[in-house]
Design a protein. Structure first.
Length: 263
């Protein structure tokens, strides 16, 4: 071993330098601690200096890159910035909902789902988008047929985030579905269906946040602020929904640099 390496990695146990010419049979168990340490030396000495891993590109997970931006949210349009009191009340309500969900999760998980509810697999991105948003929003068609006026077709309008559904989702699925919907929202408009699911998924997100979830919710808050600025009709109900998501991300999940300044 080089002297430079010796200085950086001093020996913690006394053992003589190994003799690579000695007969070394790795199948024979060492009989003494000294023999064990010596055999470790021999194995280490026989390792190549450089090892190249054989990676199959087909097995790499898609979308591995996580882009993190340090930019904050865009300010709310004039007259639409939420008050500090309103933000604090939303955090209190949200905290109570999370506590209730955690307390009764096992009960709701045990409830039978309706026969028409088939939850997609965690990795089925398109399946989850259709499940949450409905085929109408997914396909961007707003027309109703005569048959659809007779009752609710959840395949068309999307399944709501019922407690019996979200209680069955583990953290990996919660994070994946959140990622799918935020990706959708990055190029599409904000809808009530999307808002309900985003709120429910945030309520299911466990703290402390994993790095991936941390990046996702920051991305979500910034996107909400962009859509809020672009809201030409100044739909008060929609702006309130966007304010709510920004509020929860910034004040409940402690991303204070993204918070709206109180009006």
């Amino acid at each position: 071993m080089d002297s430079g390496v010796e200085e950086l990695m001093p020996r913690l146990l006394p053992v003589d330098d190994c003799d690579l010419s000695e007969d070394f049979d790795p199948t024979v168990p060492p009989r003494t601690p000294q023999e064990y340490l010596k055999r470790v030396q021999i194995e280490a000495a026989r390792c190549p200096d450089v090892v190249v891993a054989q990676i199959d590109p087909k097995k790499l997970r898609k979308k591995q890159t996580v882009n993190i931006s340090i930019s904050g949210c865009q300010p709310a349009p004039e007259g639409y910035s939420p008050t500090l009191k309103w933000q604090q009340q939303q955090v209190t309500n949200f905290s109570a909902i999370r506590q209730s969900l955690n307390k009764h999760r096992n009960h709701w998980r045990s409830q039978h789902l309706d026969s028409n509810v088939t939850m997609p697999k965690s990795e089925d991105e398109e399946g989850w988008k259709k499940f949450c948003l409905g085929e109408r929003v997914y396909s961007e068609t707003d027309t109703l047929s005569d048959n659809e006026n007779l009752g609710i077709d959840y395949i068309k309008v999307g399944f709501p985030p019922l407690l019996s559904i979200v209680s069955r989702m583990n953290q990996a699925t919660v994070t994946s579905v959140l990622e799918y919907l935020i990706s959708w929202f990055g190029e599409k408009k904000f809808t009530p269906e999307l808002g309900r699911w985003l709120y429910a998924l945030l309520a299911c997100l466990e703290k402390p946040l994993l790095p991936e979830a941390h990046s996702l919710i920051r991305q979500l808050a910034r996107r909400c602020s962009e859509v809020r600025v672009q809201e030409e009709s100044k739909n008060e109900e929609q702006i309130s929904a966007l304010n709510l998501i920004i509020c929860l991300v910034s004040r409940y999940f402690d991303q204070r640099d993204l918070a709206d300044e109180p009006s």
